[in-house]
Design a protein around this ligand. Structure first.
Ligand SMILES: Cc1cc2nc3c(=O)[nH]c(=O)nc-3n(C[C@H](O)[C@H](O)[C@H](O)COP(=O)(O)OP(=O)(O)OC[C@H]3O[C@@H](n4cnc5c(N)ncnc54)[C@H](O)[C@@H]3O)c2cc1C
Length: 291
């Protein structure tokens, strides 16, 4: 693997938690990668006004994220604009898989935020059996077949266009307002709310508030995916990652910070936990390096 794909610490997520971790990690002179597949915390950027972040009264969410990115990126972490799909633990090293390539890191910090919508009925059971979170990774399995894309982010539009080059019918269900003029046949844009994904061991249909669609695959594009899908075996506390006071998780070398560790979903908690997580990760890798 090329040396520039190897890091001391890989941080998944470029929101307040991830950027806080990246800043201190770089100040401590570690080789840090920040993986961010969308804009930096699109969620927070929608906040008209943030009034409870100490020292910056009445800042907008967008303005605050500009301060955070400007500050953290000036310290030179490597920014990787790719989505981490899987993390595989190895021998004192983790492999991170994106749709494009693989990376390695001695420690990993999850700063992925929360899944902002409830999972659909049938989604968890049919994951890997027709339900997917990545068209680039899994699209080829649906060559000549019928699929739907349920998208909460504009990123889903590119994935839908890619699928339209492979599939017979592509139903695009955007869950946000936008201009979908570039979505041409075989893409059908549906203004509908998904309700359930149904199938006996394999996806057979998508149920919406308007109709039932027979199909073979359903791609779901959210800002953040369920974490248990990223790293199977990571211990959860309900829907969030179970952490200790030093932000370590059930897997040695894996740390977590921010909304993905639970409430309160607040910026100050996210930045504080990002700091603790990276300091703990540094202590961990210093021990691994000595071993
Ligand atoms: C409308 C609104 C208003 C809010 N107002 C306030 C407020 O006034 N005060 C306050 O304290 N809090 C507020 N919040 C909450 C605040 O936005 C969150 O607590 C904070 O953003 C959490 O930071 P985070 O870094 O943990 O997660 P996020 O900000 O959600 O960032 C996670 C990042 O990880 C990226 N990511 C996820 N998965 C992957 C992956 N697999 N690969 C690569 N990248 C990935 C996402 O694209 C995202 O950018 C508000 C939230 C909303 C939605």
């Amino acid at each position: 693997m090329a040396e520039d794909n190897k890091f001391d610490i890989a941080i998944i997520g470029g929101g307040p938690a991830g950027l806080s971790a990246a800043l201190t990690g770089r100040i401590r002179n570690k080789n840090i990668a920040v993986f961010e597949h969308l804009d930096f915390s699109e969620k927070l950027q929608k906040a008209h006004k943030v009034d409870n972040y100490l020292g910056l009264p009445e800042v907008s969410g967008k303005g605050l994220m500009q301060h955070f990115t400007g500050h953290a990126l000036a310290h030179g972490p490597k920014l990787v604009k790719e989505k981490v799909m899987n993390v595989f633990p190895g021998d004192n090293m983790f492999t991170l898989l994106t749709p494009q390539t693989t990376y390695e890191a001695k420690a990993v910090i999850f700063a992925t935020g929360v899944v902002s919508t409830l999972l659909f009925e049938g989604e968890r059971e049919l994951l890997g059996r027709g339900v997917s979170y990545c068209a680039t990774c899994d699209g080829r399995m649906f060559d000549g077949k019928d699929v739907a894309v349920i998208s909460y982010t504009e990123e889903g539009e590119n994935e839908t266009v890619f699928l339209s080059e492979l599939c017979r019918n592509v139903y695009f269900l955007p869950q946000y307002k936008g201009d979908f003029a570039r979505m041409r046949a075989p893409i059908k844009v549906l203004s509908a709310k998904p309700k359930a994904i149904v199938g006996d061991g394999q996806v057979e249909k998508l149920v919406t508030d308007k109709e039932e669609i027979k199909l073979h695959g359903v791609f779901i594009m959210r800002q953040s995916d369920p974490v248990e899908n990223l790293l199977p075996g990571l211990e959860l506390d309900g829907e969030v990652i179970k952490v200790n006071r030093d932000m370590s998780t059930s897997i040695p070398g894996v740390f977590a910070a921010g909304d993905c560790t639970g409430k309160p979903w607040q910026i100050a908690k996210a930045t504080g936990e990002g700091l603790v997580a990276v300091l703990s990760a540094i202590t961990y890798i210093d021990k691994v390096d000595l071993a």
